[in-house]
Write a protein that binds this ligand. Structure first.
Ligand SMILES: NC(=O)c1ccc[n+]([C@@H]2O[C@H](COP(=O)([O-])OP(=O)(O)OC[C@H]3O[C@@H](n4cnc5c(N)ncnc54)[C@H](OP(=O)(O)O)[C@@H]3O)[C@@H](O)[C@H]2O)c1
Length: 320
């Protein structure tokens, strides 16, 4: 099968499209023929090996795994002998080493919503799971609450706006000028253009802030938070080569230690139950993936370079 391989850390230029062995399917897994994938910032971290701290797990000198990619959609080709939930021919989406013609996956796979194309389904897993878990589990979102989403126009943000609306919140999205209409069209009740308005100086207070962009200090965030509010940190600036986004996350958490507001950072957990929750929202039309650009698998380097600019409008997908 064809797969994107990286045997050293580096820029997207180190990626190679190679012919490798198709994986054998383990007893508890399914083998999926990938038809579409999408790119995420985590692919850039894996590719570049930064922050260096992450190399403790990913491989000190060179990557332990030469595969790349997480989000996929495709068709089940074969199932392991213990698998009862899927059959060959089922259309599925999920999270596993996705930049290849075939992937094996155990839990993080679910039936593809029938109203979605493969490209739309591949746009969902990491970004939408992050938005769902950030709002529901870590932010304890409630109907009628005031929610601020900083970084509302990218992969995570476009799902977060729609999911927060579906869960009944009053939603304010923060993005740049060219994305104001997009964020409004996703259902945001209010949109703040960060190039023209300093939202941290406004009178409005929020019960929950989902910080996808990580562009503000704690002292700025706390000004717009209710005394009992929660700040859920999703993303952060690239930071130093050693610590990367961790320096922002740790800095905010330390600064907020004595505060009445709660600060949470989390890593999204891929699992079938939440993919099914998202599947329902997608089938009901309450959430629709936003696709910015499409690339062929062989154009992976261009797709990652574009993602790395940090201004994607929704998701960037690959057709495999
Ligand atoms: N914790 C987790 O489990 C988890 C999971 C997934 C992602 N993440 C992190 O979340 C972050 C976003 O991921 P993503 O997939 O959504 O990335 P993305 O698709 O590249 O989106 C980036 C977005 O950030 C916006 N942005 C840039 N500067 C901004 C600013 N100063 N204020 C407000 N918005 C700004 C951009 O909008 P404009 O073009 O309008 O500026 C763009 O739409 C990354 O740091 C990623 O590592 C964390």
């Amino acid at each position: 099968m064809r797969a994107i391989i990286h045997t050293t850390y580096g820029s997207p230029d180190v990626l190679e499209l190679q012919e490798i062995e198709k994986p054998d399917v383990p007893d508890d897994e399914v083998l999926v023929r990938v038809q579409a994938a999408s790119v995420n910032p985590v692919d850039l971290y894996s590719l570049t090996g930064t922050p260096y701290l992450a190399r403790i797990l990913g491989g000190l000198r060179r990557p332990k795994s030469s595969n790349l990619g997480v989000d996929f959609a495709g068709t089940v080709e074969e199932v392991g002998r213990n698998v009862t939930q899927f059959r060959p021919g089922d259309e599925v989406f999920g999270r596993s080493g996705a930049f290849a013609e075939y992937v094996c996956v155990r839990d993080a796979v679910a039936p593809k919503p029938t109203n979605l194309t493969m490209e739309q389904a591949a746009a969902v897993p990491v970004a939408a799971l992050t938005a769902l878990q950030g709002l529901r589990d870590h932010g304890q979102i409630q109907p009628g609450r005031n929610v601020l989403i900083n970084g509302a126009s990218g992969g995570v943000g476009t799902f977060a706006v729609q999911i927060a609306k579906a869960l009944g919140a009053e939603v304010t999205g923060v993005c740049s000028t060219r994305n104001v209409d997009l964020v409004r069209s996703l259902g945001a009740d209010h949109v703040i253009d960060y190039t023209r308005e300093e939202f941290t100086r406004n009178e409005q207070r929020y019960d929950l802030m989902l910080d996808v962009a990580g562009s503000r200090s704690w002292s700025e965030c706390r000004r717009v938070l209710d005394p009992q509010a929660t700040l859920v940190i999703v993303g952060a600036p690239k930071g130093s080569r050693l610590l990367g986004p961790l320096s922002h996350i740790v800095g905010v958490r330390l600064a907020a230690v004595r505060s009445s507001q709660k600060v949470v950072f989390f890593m999204a957990k891929p699992n079938r139950a939440d993919l099914m929750v998202l599947g329902e929202l997608l089938e009901d039309g309450k959430v629709t993936p936003v696709i910015d650009r499409r690339y062929a698998l062989s154009e992976i380097a261009d797709a990652l370079r574009y993602l790395g600019e940090g201004h994607a409008r929704g998701k960037i997908v690959l057709t495999v």
